[in-house]
Design a protein around this ligand. Structure first.
Ligand code: GUN
Length: 286
């Protein structure tokens, strides 16, 4: 039976460290501030934005919420982002995705100044992740790396398999694992004989978006299983991309859903905001 990698406990611990860092920065005259822009009234996005605000408040980061109607135009949104870019009291800017129809999330994201891009979605920050020289890492892959670290299993030399090739999770996850000297395979919806590949994984990261997709017979005995999926099922419950019981019976370590990657993603946003404040506050070279 696998050991559970408890993201809730680890996130709470990291939050305490962040709280201290925020207090120290404030003592040096830098008050970290995150601006979060929500366009439209998508209920899931409203929950995410509310959680981000609460997380910031818990550690002493100033949060500014900008809520805009769904019919907000490209020019108006562009103007708001530009004024936040120019506002030296704001260190991090996040535009909650997805944006309503008519606004292109990829295009809008590129307007955020790279040094304030705490999601690390801008081409500049993506490029820095490619080269292994980065200040910001997308929050979910960064959270996954912390959970792997918690397992105590070294990535170096291991077969690492990532299922999912999204720009937000799969691709940057592969880069981070490579950076730690893992041998990385990225699988996706067109992969042939997926289970043959996943069964070779010492470290398996599942980011597919389908509840219970990965079953115990698809994983290697003793694997570390990181489940990125958060799927709301018909019974109202949240389930991961991995079938927990059959995977936990074979894995050495596994993350639960909820309480695994999710809380870590949230705390990594706080960490990126602190890094942004440090860089812009002139306390460290970027
Ligand atoms: N929507 C879902 N995940 C994310 C994320 O990581 N960042 C932003 N900005 N929006 C999201």
């Amino acid at each position: 039976m696998a050991v559970i990698l408890d993201g809730k406990v680890l996130a709470a611990k990291l939050k305490e460290d962040i709280k201290e860092q925020v207090a120290a920065l404030k003592g040096e005259g830098v008050a970290p501030k995150l601006a979060v822009i929500l366009v439209g009234d998508d209920p899931a996005s409203q929950v995410y934005v509310r959680n981000k605000k609460r997380d910031c408040e818990e550690v002493g980061i100033i949060s500014q919420s900008i809520t805009l109607p769904a019919d907000t135009g490209r020019e108006e949104l562009t103007g708001i982002i530009k004024s936040l870019n120019a506002d030296s009291s704001v260190h991090g800017i996040l535009v909650q995705l997805p944006l309503p129809d008519g606004l292109d999330g990829t295009e809008i994201t590129q307007l955020i100044a790279p040094e304030k891009d705490v999601d690390a979605f801008s081409y500049y920050n993506v490029g820095r992740i490619m080269t292994g020289d980065y200040s910001f890492v997308p929050c979910t892959p960064a959270g996954c790396m912390e959970l792997i670290k918690l397992s105590g299993v070294a990535v170096e030399g291991k077969n690492c398999v990532v299922i999912g090739r999204s720009n937000i999770v799969g691709k940057p996850m592969a880069m981070l694992l490579m950076q730690e000297n893992g041998t990385v395979t990225v699988c996706h919806s067109r992969t042939v004989n997926l289970a043959d590949i996943t069964r070779r994984a010492d470290i398996l990261v599942a980011a597919i978006g389908r509840a219970g997709f990965v079953t115990g017979d698809m994983i290697k005995e003793g694997a570390v299983v990181i489940d990125v999926g958060i799927n709301r099922c018909e019974d109202g419950k949240l389930r991961g991309d991995c079938d927990f019981d059959s995977c936990a019976a074979k894995a050495s370590f596994i993350t639960p859903v909820p309480g695994g990657v999710g809380p870590m993603t949230r705390v990594m946003l706080l960490k990126n905001t602190i890094n942004a404040a440090i860089i812009q506050g002139g306390k460290e070279n970027a």
